[in-house]
Design a protein around this ligand. Sequence first.
Ligand SMILES: C[S@@+](CC[C@H](N)C(=O)[O-])C[C@H]1O[C@@H](n2cnc3c(N)ncnc32)[C@H](O)[C@@H]1O
Length: 235
Amino acid sequence: MSVALVGAGPGDPELITVRGLARLQACEVLVHDRLAGKELLAEAPADALRIPREGLAQEEVNALLVAHGRRRRVVRLKGGDPFVFGRGGEEALALARAGIPFEVIPGVSSLSAVPAAAGIPVTHRGASAAVTAFAAHDVDALDTAALAAVPGTLVAFMGLAGLSRLAERLVVAGKPASTPVAVVSAGTTDGQRSVTAPLGAIGRVAAGLETPALVVVGEVVAVGEAIATAAEAAA
Ligand SMILES: C[S@@+](CC[C@H](N)C(=O)[O-])C[C@H]1O[C@@H](n2cnc3c(N)ncnc32)[C@H](O)[C@@H]1O
């Protein structure tokens, strides 16, 4: 039949798209990520086959989608947007090669939604006109000289575990230790927590936060603080 690669949004179940929810409510097989909340999983029909992705290799997920997609309406529910650090491209390639009809239903990515939920605009006139998103699970593999030199906002995915090392490498590469940084954990959910600190201190200040967490580096973090201060003063 067909496969829909659906973005579940960043955590708050209300942030899935209307089209994504419609596909979910009509699916026969649901293959889902850990980051897709339980409220959304409950939206699939009670008799839908539910397959958690955890513990499966990417090739096994691809094979599952191809096998079920031949005969059933399959939803592959992924956190955020399927094509932003979500391996959605690999699944789309496997489906395309196997001749299975599929569609990609974009999701609200944590890239901008999680900073927004913490009051931080990822771009702001006069403060940042560019956003560089990168995966930071392997800090030593990063080109921190390039990251330190690029203008605008840096957004690190999967960067919590190596945060101290990332901050240290950025400072050594020339990023000022005073650059404001925010770390937002479980953004958009009831469990959201965030901390801010200069780059030179963020590793220590963010200790104790839990994954998933997004790291935002740049002057936009100070803009977020200015918005919060102005709102408080006006209240
Ligand atoms: C494998 S990536 C998936 C990204 C997803 N496809 C997206 O568009 O948001 C997982 C990483 O995204 C970030 N992330 C996803 N949801 C988040 C949330 N609610 N709060 C903070 N960070 C989040 C974290 O850095 C996490 O380690």
